[in-house]
Design a protein around this ligand. Structure first.
Ligand SMILES: [Zn+2]
Length: 458
């Protein structure tokens, strides 16, 4: 040990001695070393003492709210959420407020035809209709029927100086979040969608699952690490990193490999993410657009897992509640809740049983889906039900009041619910999905948006 080092050691020992002496003299109790560290930043706001209006009171006042001009739009998409998803959830869970979900209290409701130009919709055509106000084709992301790129709600919001965010319980490269962020010919090329989200999306943030696809992109094309920097994109994989994001540039958060289950503790819940998203977006005085997707709803309907479906529906409704409360308090926010298509052909149990029995011989009642082989369709349904039942051993499946009739998508109509400036326009039983997209864009901009043709193709 040289002299300098020796001096340092003596100095350190003296300092430690002084600290021990000081600690022994002080009357303050020694802090518990296991306690969480205190926040390093001083709080920027004084805690508010204002009482929180009970949700029951807000729900009772929804129909008579008077609004200002539309500044913000929050769109909720339950992927695959058909007309029977809501009553099935109420019947199985007992609902949330007086036996019902918050969704059901929104004052205006309509019925929506979700078909695309090729007939049966998928999330790509359904998402494009809502995101861009155009009727397109299956698999196409943000393209019209002719395959041309058309503006989406996110791009519209940003062109107006507003902020825009996308959150989902799905992988963010899945079709629905893709239609709000990029333009692509094929929804199945998810690596391309991840690349486009980095290169071309203008959304202030995209959050959900999808880490596996981003990892794959970075592995296959290491230049994307640099492209993140070039495009001023912060890519994170942990919720804490979302919470501590400094707001500079764009944020992409992939917090699970793929879609997620609500009861897992490795990621935020959809309501937590919704709360955070509104907090981030509402900093912009010019307003915002937010899309909240209950994306995993579609996955669990494909799995014919009614119990998991009702858990996701409840969580989705809690996310709706956060937006409704915000809209009620601010009077300048349009809330629209709808679906891109129906998944699972959910029917009241007796109807479902009769339907399955009647079609058992022909085995042709299930919609065409690539993964469900011809003549094996009914087998698919039974298999899925068996797996779902084994995951919920405490549930007496025969007593559930609703049942799936397919593992696939259907062209069954879906609902739309709305609250906010202009929401009465959604009180219509003959809506088409693209007309909702047009309505959202026109509400946000005050100008024409989407297709100008009554069929939604031009
Ligand atoms: Zn699906």
């Amino acid at each position: 040990m040289n002299f300098k080092k020796l001096l340092k050691v003596i100095f350190a020992a003296m300092l430690a001695g002084i600290m021990i002496f000081a600690a022994a003299c002080t009357t303050t109790p020694t802090p518990d070393v296991t306690a969480a560290p205190e926040a390093t930043e001083a709080p920027t706001e004084e805690p508010t003492e204002e009482p929180v209006t009970p949700m029951e009171e807000i729900l009772a006042a929804l129909a008579s709210t008077e609004f200002k001009d539309c500044k913000n739009v929050i769109l909720y998409i339950g992927d695959g959420m058909g007309q029977n998803h809501v009553p099935a959830t109420d019947a199985i869970t007992g609902g949330r407020y007086d036996g019902k979900l918050v969704i059901e209290y929104l004052p205006y409701t309509g019925i929506v035809n979700t078909t695309c130009t090729e007939g049966e919709p998928d999330s790509a055509s359904g998402g494009t209709a809502l995101a861009c106000g155009y009727k397109g084709k299956r698999k196409q992301i943000g393209l019209n029927n002719k395959g041309e790129e058309v503006m989406n709600m996110t791009e519209l919001a940003k062109s107006l100086g507003k902020s825009a965010g996308i959150i989902t319980t799905e992988s963010i490269v899945d079709a629905t979040p893709a239609t709000f962020s990029v333009h692509a010919k094929n929804r199945n090329d998810e690596s391309n969608i991840a690349a486009l989200q980095i290169d071309t999306s203008v959304a202030d943030f995209i959050m959900g699952g999808g880490k596996a696809m981003y990892d794959l992109l970075m592995e296959n094309d290491p230049s994307y690490a640099q492209k993140l920097t070039d495009n001023n994109v912060t890519w994170v994989t942990k919720w804490e990193d979302v919470l501590s994001f400094n707001g500079e540039g764009r944020l992409i958060a992939t917090m699970t490999d793929d879609y997620w289950f609500e009861d897992a503790d490795t990621h935020p819940s959809l309501p937590e993410m919704t709360e955070q998203a509104i907090k981030m977006l509402s900093k912009n005085d010019k307003g915002f657009f937010l899309i909240v997707e209950g994306g995993a709803l579609d996955e669990v309907a494909h799995n014919c897992d009614m119990m998991e479906l009702t858990r996701h529906m409840t969580s989705f409704d809690q996310a709706v509640e956060i937006g409704v409360r915000y809209a009620y308090e601010n009077k300048d926010t349009l809330i629209v809740v709808t679906a891109d298509h129906e998944t699972g052909g959910i029917l009241p149990k007796e109807e479902a049983d009769a339907y399955i029995k009647k079609n058992e011989k022909t085995n042709q009642y299930i919609a065409q889906e690539e993964w469900c082989l011809t003549n094996a369709k009914l087998h698919c349904l039974y298999e899925a039900e068996k797996i779902a039942q084994s995951k919920n051993p405490d549930v007496d499946w025969d007593t559930l009041p609703y049942r799936f009739t397919t593992i696939a998508h259907t062209s069954n109509k879906v609902n739309v619910w709305a609250y906010g400036p202009g929401a009465e326009k959604m009180q219509n039983e003959k809506l088409k999905s693209f007309e909702i997209g047009k309505f959202l864009g026109e509400s946000l901009s005050g100008a024409e948006f989407g297709s100008t043709d009554k069929n939604g193709v031009k």
